[in-house]
Design a binder for this molecule. Sequence first.
Ligand code: NAP
Length: 460
Amino acid sequence: MAIKSINPYTLEISKSYDEMTNKEIDEAVNVAYSTYQNWKKTTFEERAAILNNVGSILRSKKNELARLITLEMGKLIKQAEYEIDYAVSIFEYYAENAKDFLADESLKVDVGEAFIKKSPIGVLLGVEPWNFPFYQVARFAAPNIMIGNTILLKHASNVPQCAKAIEDIFKEANAPEGLYTNLFIRGSKVTKLIADKRIQGASLTGSEKAGSELAMMAGKYIKKSVLELGGSDPFIVLEDADIDRTVNLAIIGRTINNGQSCIAAKRFIIVEKIAKEFLTKFKTKMSTLQLGDPMNMETQLGPVSSEDALNTLLNQVNKAVSEGAKIEIGGKRANLKGFFMEPTIISNITSKMEIYKEELFGPVASFYVVQNEEEAITLANDTEFGLGCSIFTKNLEKAKKLANQIDSGMVFINHPTKSSIELPFGGTKNSGYGRELSPLGIDEFVNKKLIRVLTEEDKL
Ligand code: NAP
């Protein structure tokens, strides 16, 4: 079956690519494997030169690449441009800092010398999602290429043009063949690849289902894995928070990337004393967002990525309503040609409803009222996910104590969860394991090799 690029705003198919044959996949793995034998011997300077070239080319093609993102998955063009800038900075960050991050670590010993040398492990398979087609690839590929590993990249099937563009940029950047290879394959072919002896590790960003299947195979074949999966991040507002500021951030938190971010604020947990005022303002702002062409700089909310994504959201909302939840605003497909969901707020959700446990991947907010902070923390933690969380209050000491009680990989105080190059990104529970970005992001697919040195005179 061909891999197609369908514009979620116009519904036109802009390009389609053939899936790779088994022979082509095997050849790609072979080249990545043989390139690894040389790449692992290169210096940090040689590796950094390639990544800096990749960064420069991305920067010079920013407008064209941003348009490609918007065309394939519907991201607002302004946000697509930001994504390219962010990807550039990730390539440059690891090019500049990898040598320090991977420096030998000496260990205290009674006799002789001992240190940890961080070495590459081999060919890695990255499985990436469509929602940030350049940023997701950058945060996996950049640190691992600096370690000395080589990359096979299976991108999401709805962003093939972005996938191809990234491979072409590596070629243009003078990367040796096999350093970064795009694989046009379906998700179902991934599990077989994990078994391949030439591949030493795999990282997946995406759904729990895909992550669990990949991890199962990685476990079976004893391969290192990293999983960055879904989230249902709580957005907790305490009674002393600045309501207008918090409502503005709630809108950004819920609708960024047309509501399709793993770290989007999804469950709004508001202390009763301010809940009514918060909800009134939240409804007003959400319902006046301007929907439309994501290529237009004025548009505030674009379509979701696909018909399937839209139907999933509509089914989740309809089911919740049939179980007794209340639609505060929205709840339906918007009256536009593309895959548009109305900005939606749902209240009266109980723990018996499916929506209570699920991730909502689009502009749909769950709204909860709690009596106090203890209830807020209990509700925030009552989820199988554990990616991010945000807490809004003027009392920073209290916020830090509450942050300590939250079961998630990241907690932001007075800010929606956000990715930054220098800060570790990742989750706990069903949101996955391992970290990307920051110094921790270069510490996953390395062999932390102990080197112990004694002289012939040293006592054993
Ligand atoms: P998805 O279906 O899991 O797709 C993600 C990637 O996995 C795609 O490349 C997909 O390929 C591949 N895939 C699908 N089934 C697979 C399988 N059985 N084995 C191996 N690979 C498989 O995810 P999605 O629903 O499109 O993406 C949204 C999800 O990603 C959300 O849950 C979101 O929260 C999560 N996400 C997490 C992070 C994070 O950092 N934690 C970041 C972004 C998104 P095909 O396209 O060919 O199916």
